[in-house]
Design a protein around this ligand. Structure first.
Ligand SMILES: Nc1ncnc2c1ncn2[C@@H]1O[C@H](COP(=O)(O)OP(=O)(O)OP(=O)(O)O)[C@@H](O)[C@H]1O
Ligand SMILES: [Mg+2]
Length: 262
């Protein structure tokens, strides 16, 4: 999601940097075809005198700048993850948008950077739990992460990814998130075999297969975030879209807002 959203913003004309904040299991750079970077976030963490720019790689296909992590076991020993904040503070001034990819679960590796951030996007995979207990999982994960983000004054949103069997229940899940958990859903991305295909060749799906269903949905999520971050109105704000919105809000007029059981 980080690789693809950064591709969206780069292709929309913003100078965009991604940083792999998954310090113990970094994988972000693989999505840009970078596998063994000599200089990386870990060399920066270990060598405070090194210039941050030396570890930044420009991906010519997407235009995204990438600060990768190291996959070597010896590089994760004695990490000072608090130094990550100094690195982010220094390098992010060169960019209009910096996205820090956090590890799965509670983002212990990147928490020091929350003080520099403005937004927190929680990527949710609802199919990791049985649909009957999905509200328990959401309470467990989203409520905790949202509370963490809000404690730092971040604007929080959710993107639901890899939607497959649960697509029948997706409206209920979205209602639960928006009305009960009180967090906006900025995107719903279908499971799409083009995504692992793109991963295998080291390219974000948005660039590899721009017309694939997942790419289309990621661009829609990007449009919403573009509105949040840069206040940009997207092409969706045309007459037809307003008509569609009017019909949708009319249809949603009578629905039950909070505490809904899934
Ligand atoms: N919408 C999708 N449809 C199909 N496969 C996907 C989709 N999104 C991601 N994937 C695949 O799942 C893999 C993991 O991506 P994901 O977005 O889940 O990363 P993650 O949650 O950060 O997990 P990790 O950091 O452990 O890889 C990717 O390599 C990608 O090929
Ligand atoms: Mg990850």
């Amino acid at each position: 999601m980080t690789a693809n959203l950064s591709t969206y913003f780069s292709k929309s004309g913003y100078r965009t940097l991604v940083i792999d904040g998954d310090l113990y299991l970094p994988k972000l750079a693989f999505h840009f075809g970078i596998y063994n970077p000599v200089y990386n976030l870990h060399t920066l963490l270990k060598n405070p005198d090194m210039r941050v720019l030396n570890a930044v790689y420009h991906d010519i296909n997407t235009g995204v700048d990438v600060l990768p992590g190291s996959s070597r076991l010896c590089d994760v020993i004695d990490l000072d993850s608090k130094r990550l904040r100094d690195i982010v503070r220094e390098i992010s001034t060169r960019y209009q948008l910096t996205i820090i990819d956090s590890p799965v679960g509670i983002p212990f590796d990147t928490i020091s950077t929350f003080r520099l951030a403005q937004y927190q996007i929680i990527v949710l995979e609802i199919e990791r739990s049985p649909i009957r207990s999905v509200h328990k999982m959401i309470e467990n994960e989203v409520i905790k992460l949202k509370a963490l983000g809000e404690a730092y004054g971040l604007r929080v949103g959710v993107i639901i990814n890899k939607v497959r069997e649960s697509s029948r229940n997706i409206d209920d899940v979205v209602d639960f998130l928006e009305y009960s958990v009180d967090v906006p859903v900025v995107g719903i991305i279908p499971y799409d075999p083009k995504v692992p295909e793109a991963t295998n060749v080291g390219r974000p799906v948005l660039e590899y297969a721009p017309h694939a269903p997942a790419s289309k949905a990621i661009r829609e999520a990007g449009d919403v975030l573009n509105g949040w971050i840069f206040g940009k109105e997207t092409k969706k704000d045309g007459v037809l879209h307003r008509l569609y919105e009017a019909i949708v809000s009319f249809l949603h007029f009578g629905r039950v807002p909070a505490g809904k059981k899934l």
